[in-house]
Structures are given as C-alpha cells and as structure tokens.
Design a protein around this ligand. Sequence first.
Ligand SMILES: [Zn+2]
Length: 397
Amino acid sequence: MKRYKNVIRILALALCFTFVTSAQTVSDLIGEVNTSNLDEILNEFTGEVTTIVGGNTVTILNRVSSSGNDLAADYLEEKLSSYSNLEVVSDQYSGGSLGGRNIVATQVGATNPDDIYVICAHYDSVANYCADDNATGTAAVLEAARVLSQYCIDNTIVYALWDEEEIGLVGSSDWADRASNEGKNILGVINLDMIGYDKDGNNNIPIHTNSNSVSLKDDLIDILNTHSAAIGLTPEVVNPGISASDHGSFWNNGYKAIALSEGAEFSDLTPYYHTANDRVNTLHLPYFHKISKYLMAIVATKAGLIDNSSCSLGIESEELNNISIYPNPTTSVINIEFPNMSGSISLELINAMGQIVYKLDASLAKMTVSTDKLPNGMYFLKIRNDERFIVNKIMKN
Ligand SMILES: [Zn+2]
C-alpha cells in the first residue's frame, strides 16, 4: 500500500510539474490581473456599492471617521485573509489621532525568507469617497496579493496597507521605524498613491525616486521595458521625487523605496484631490488597470517565481512536512494522511478566487475529501495545525 501510494505521488508530481511550468511566468501573472476585480474593489472600498464585512452587508462611507476607517480596515483584513497563503496581521499601533491600524500580510519566500520586498498603499482618506486617493493604490495591492499568493516564491513579499498617511505618514512611519530597529532586510519598497487619473491620456507613469533608490528605479524601468506590450505605460522618472507619501517613511530609514503616483510635479493630478468629488466615475480606469498590471510585473519579478509545483506554501513545521496528499491531480477524491500529528488540525479547500469550497476540523490520522462535484481547475488545500499552516496546490481534472 505504501509503495503503491508513493508511485502515485511521484506520478502526480510529474504531471503537476508539467502543468505549472507552462503557467508560471511573470507574463502569465500579468495576464491573471482581473480588471473586474479591481473595479469591484474600487467601488466597494469607496462606498459606491455595498459590500460584506463580518457577514453583514455594509457601506464603507468614508475612511476618515473612526467608524468608517475601522470598517475599511476590517474589509482589508478579510480580503487578504481570504487569499490562500498569507499571514495577515492587524497591526494596531499607538500614536496618531484615530488609534491607527495598519493591515499587513506576509507571503514568506521559500528560498530567501529574510529578503523582503514591501508593496504598499495608504487606505485612509481625508473626505468621503476619495477614489483616486487612495482606493486605487489599495486595490492594486490587493489584486497583486490575490494573484501572487497562489504561487511559490523565492523572496518574502509584505503587502501593507497603511493607516493615517493623510495626517503625516503615521502608520508607515511606525512600521518602517520598527522594521529598521529590528534590522529587517528590506530590499525595496513600492508605494502606490493615486494611480487612477490621466486626463491627457499619455499613459505616463511617474516613478518617484531619491538618489539612494536609483538602482531600484532602474530595475523597475527594466521590468516595464520587458513587459511593455502587456502593460502599455511610458516611464517618467522624477528625481528627486515627492516625499510626501509612505515611501518617505522608508527613505527616512535608509531603505530603497519608489512611489508610483500619477502627478509628476502636479501636472496631471486629479482636480478633485482631497475632496468628496474624487469618485470612481471621474477616474480613467484603463490607466489604473495598466498600473495595476505594472505592479504585478514588479512584484512577480522581485518575488522570484519558483518553477516547481512541489514547493509547499506557507509556514512549515516538521509535522506538517510529513503530511501525504494524494492523488494530485485528482478527479474524485483527495486523501490526506497526518502521521504523528498532535494538536488540532483544520482543512480548507480554497478555489482560485479565494473562496473556501470545503472546510473541516479534523482529528483523524487519515481523511478523504470528495472532489467529485467541484469544477475542474486549481485549488489550494490549506492545512492548519495550531499556529502553523501549509498550503498545497491541488489540480482537479
Ligand atoms: Zn494619498
């Protein structure tokens, strides 16, 4: 039985490897950016439509008042937690005027877990709506997280959504100062702030750098040139760039950081800046989509895609590494064996849109999950044992 099982597993790995090899390039990930998703997040996050937070239908009326800001933070925390492979922290810090809360999700690199890239945007605002400033940057970060979290990567990516940027970079300063004190090896920071307005239609993307970040800026231009046909933007380097956004908190700590932001020297900035007229229907959505694809290209390139489907995602432990999952690809059932497992175990089967299609708390040594009725496609089996979890890709054929 044991030998038979191993044969199936080796066969399954070989099949799976073939599948992932053909689907796992930066170009493929750019193609996975879903513009409907992006627009839906924009509309939900600016209160143009209702959304569901904590199981309740709600409207995020603003991200200024304590209640509106808290609801927005809860929305972000739920969204990021629904993606298969992220550790999400609601990072309540002291200081500021609102009782600030950064929402920070980490995707651990399998090869270089201590080499970190930070992809970030502020989510707070100064008035109702504030779609361009900065629901656009927030949505781009969420969509990059949704796509990339489905893949194994070399380096660690931190997806951060900052609070209280508008009252003086409070949230990002708190986090960047702590990261520096802890000696975190942050290799680069990409900040998105106002990426939805392009009245002159020139598709220019201002890249704001300082002298210390020029090498990162050069990398970003190389990435744009490599994928220019799929992205469709023209770079416009601003050096020295504006410092009045969250990348400034990282500059202050000596880290390399870049901002992508529409207004170079305010020449093509939304005229509705910092007013309640900054609404989704004033944006140039194709421009916003292009920058979101550019962000995907940057993140996927810097993360380093691992061309190997046997790489398991998540935070591992000895017990979790001994789990057997077979057959994979599957047609009708998945068997899961947990030898020597102590503590509680929960299983979640998650589809590519981040929806949980099966959930079970288990205490058995072996389990069988029926996949008969599931549509074909890629799934993620998330197995949690106390504080640790792993995620394995499962193909249903
Ligand atoms: Zn802003």
